[in-house]
Write a protein that binds this ligand. Structure first.
Ligand SMILES: [Zn+2]
Length: 316
């Protein structure tokens, strides 16, 4: 039988070990992919934030310029942002000088905390309405949502919203590279910017484009999302990095546009025939065969139909 002293020693070791793990905790590694000469992306897993995925499910990226690193969407938590920085250091020792956040949804930007922790002078940029909403309570709501859905894994994360506004068609030059902003109106979230890395011919689309998975549309519109797809497809970039799912060529954009446009047009046809959302569901779903295997399709297609009906009515 263990003596009291032995018990205390074992207990203290165990406590110390768990404390040490807690203090250094990062999201587990996902592969770092070079998608263009200066541009890297970590493609997160698909799904909603959960205990299993540690709340991490977006596509953080970074661009290595002559003078420093520009990060796009450093993930959903302090722990996700630290994982991104750890992997970044395997390919560059340059400091992070700038961060773009594509929109207000916290799975994309709560990782700003990790950037600020390591690089206090980094300039954080986002849509003017993203800055406003994030400061007006959306940031705190997302911190709580991530904490709840991961059972506390993201604890310690603080919302650090951007402070520099990125407006439509503006350009930011960093270390000899140009970052062009496309800010579509009323697309995925009403706070969206898409970032074109001009020299690398890469576009980070945020959640205006997804691949192999379907976006929640409660904060957006179908018409605006379709227009956003058309706008960036016309740029003819070599690489498109969606908000979630694998990167690829322009077909990533045209596929997603096809989902949105098919759903929206079939809903309108059925609405004109006098069908309610629940009555038209089978007809709409039958027209979306290429997307049946996409992540979240079964969960989101019903809400999408209801939202498309509301948008159709609002446009009349
Ligand atoms: Zn989003």
């Amino acid at each position: 039988m263990k003596s009291f002293a032995q018990f205390c020693f074992a207990f203290c070791l165990a406590t110390l070990a768990s404390f040490t793990v807690q203090a250094n905790e990062e999201v587990r590694d996902y592969p770092l992919t070079q998608v263009a000469p200066h541009t890297y992306v970590i493609h997160g897993p698909l799904g909603y934030p959960s205990v299993e995925n540690q709340g991490f499910m977006n596509n953080p990226g970074f661009v290595i310029t002559r003078d420093g690193v520009v990060v796009i969407d450093p993930g959903s938590s302090l722990q996700a942002g630290r994982m991104l920085l750890k992997q970044m250091r395997t390919v560059t020792k340059k400091p992070v000088t700038h961060v773009f956040n594509t929109h207000v949804h916290g799975d994309h930007w709560l990782g700003n905390h990790a950037i600020r922790e390591a690089y206090p002078k980094a300039i954080l940029m986002g849509h003017p309405d993203m800055i406003k909403q994030a400061n007006d309570g959306a940031g705190e709501q997302w911190v709580a949502l991530m904490d709840n859905s991961t059972n506390g894994f993201t604890k310690g994360t603080r919302a650090i919203p951007p402070s520099v506004a990125s407006v439509d068609s503006s350009e930011v030059k960093v270390g000899g590279m140009k970052f062009r902003i496309h800010a579509p109106e009323k697309a995925h979230s009403h706070t969206d910017i898409m970032i074109e890395v001009v020299e690398d011919s890469v576009i980070f689309t945020g959640d205006n484009v997804l691949n192999q998975t379907i976006a929640r549309m409660v904060d957006g519109t179908f018409a605006g999302s379709i227009a956003a797809c058309d706008r960036i497809a016309a740029v003819k970039a070599k690489v498109y990095v969606p908000g979630h799912g694998p990167s690829g060529d322009v077909t990533v954009v045209t596929n997603y546009r096809n989902y949105l446009a098919t759903l929206f047009s079939v809903v309108k046809q059925q609405y004109d025939l006098g069908q309610a959302d629940f009555e038209m569901k089978a007809t709409v779903v039958a027209k979306l065969t290429p997307f049946h295997g996409w992540n979240r399709f079964d969960l989101e297609v019903g809400p999408h139909i209801s939202l498309a009906v509301l948008e159709t009515e609002a446009a009349m």
